[in-house]
Design a protein around this ligand. Sequence first.
Ligand code: SAM
Length: 478
Amino acid sequence: MNPDLQIQNKKYTTKSVITDSKKFYIESYGCQMNFADSEVVASIVSKEGYNLTKNLKDADLILLNTCSIRAKAEQTVRKRLEGFNKLKRYKKNLKVGVLGCMAERLKNKFLEEEKIVDLVVGPDAYKDLPNLIKEVNVGRDAVNVILSKEETYGDISPVRLSKNGVSAFVSITRGCDNMCSFCVVPFTRGRERSRDPKSILEEIELLVNNNYKEVTLLGQNVDSYLWFGGGLKKDFKKINVLRQRTSINFSKLLKLVAETFPFLRVRFSTSNPQDMGLDVIIAMSKYKNICNHIHLPVQSGSNNILKAMNRQHTTEEYLSLIKKIKKIIPDCSISHDMITGFPNETENDHKSTLNLMKKIKYNFGYMYKYSERPGTFAAKKFEDNISELTKKNRLQEIVDLQQVHSSFRTNNFTAKIVEVLIEKESKKSSLQWSGKNQQNTVVVFDKKGFQIGDFVNVLIKNCTSATLIGEAINYSNK
Ligand code: SAM
């Protein structure tokens, strides 16, 4: 159980909640998009007169931004909601809201069947929060899970919830059109749409003015970004030629950001292999402030499984893309997402995944056991027929192999000088800073006179599979 809640259950008193203004507490689960969305929600709720609190026990409104990607993510949220429900015994006016993908997937179920929340809001309905909160405050349940063709929250200035004040997420697309057969995202986040580049640049300008040093441009599939005045990406073909010709794609957006803010580090995530063009790779090589790291999920190394997953690429196409990336940007790091135990995955399919990994030697990766999601194509068409034990064993094998490759990659940095943006104090020592190099690997080193937000050249002297350990030499030329 979360320590906050344990303390809460023992020490909760009515005395601690008497305050002048109402307070809200927000907790986020799942992907980076969810964390970015919570910052949009925080902005909307703050305008309603609620102050953000980091202390659960002070909250009048608890919001949980949820994830549906795997069954386990949903179970975690349920446990948390049950905990919040206990708090209501001590604080009668406490309201609990569930936001995001789980809200979208389960809709009224939370309110009508389970009765464990007061408020249910899907990812495209956050602007309706002021009305919904009013409903809830007069004792009515409130729900809005309508998906939108237009909503990108481009006009909302997010309230930054992440602690470091150095790096921030900036959403550039919403939804996903890929329809990977295992994935619930197109159903919970709707169809793909892109955000107005002007509002993206304005958001980044504000961050730069507030001393932020790094942004990550976010979307389920950033390389598919296409601005042509708003609306769903799938409608692009229907618009007139002039609007098509003056549209802005991802490489143009990247260049705009990199050129407008030359002292800002620029990252992006997630890339899907079929949409990553040469123009993006060339832009990365041309602008030194675009970081040399690409998160390029592949999901499997077997063409049979990729086909069943409805991935829009083969392993050969994927490898050829990586070859192009490495040719143009030799020191570019590549990370992956991998799913093990997809329906009908044979031992040979699994071996193909291990072989693909051996060819690429990824810098790092996120690896998962297949989790059947209701409503997806895979759930409808295929039996979840790989035993839990086989899934577990195969996952362990790919995790172990990744560990070997990660060590190989971090070892390659030893005796080299890397540029690090200092983000925070190291978890292990208050005498050391922690930051990341361009390739997105964590670097720790003695603080000397440097400060959070500084760009520093660090000589790498040692490493683990996930961390580089070095000595700061001087400021880099930023
Ligand atoms: N848009 C990216 C893509 O399609 O490659 C990322 C989507 S998802 C938010 C993040 C990762 O969760 C996926 O890349 C996939 O590896 C994993 N994932 C999605 N659905 C899953 C499922 N049903 N079971 C296990 N892992 C899943």
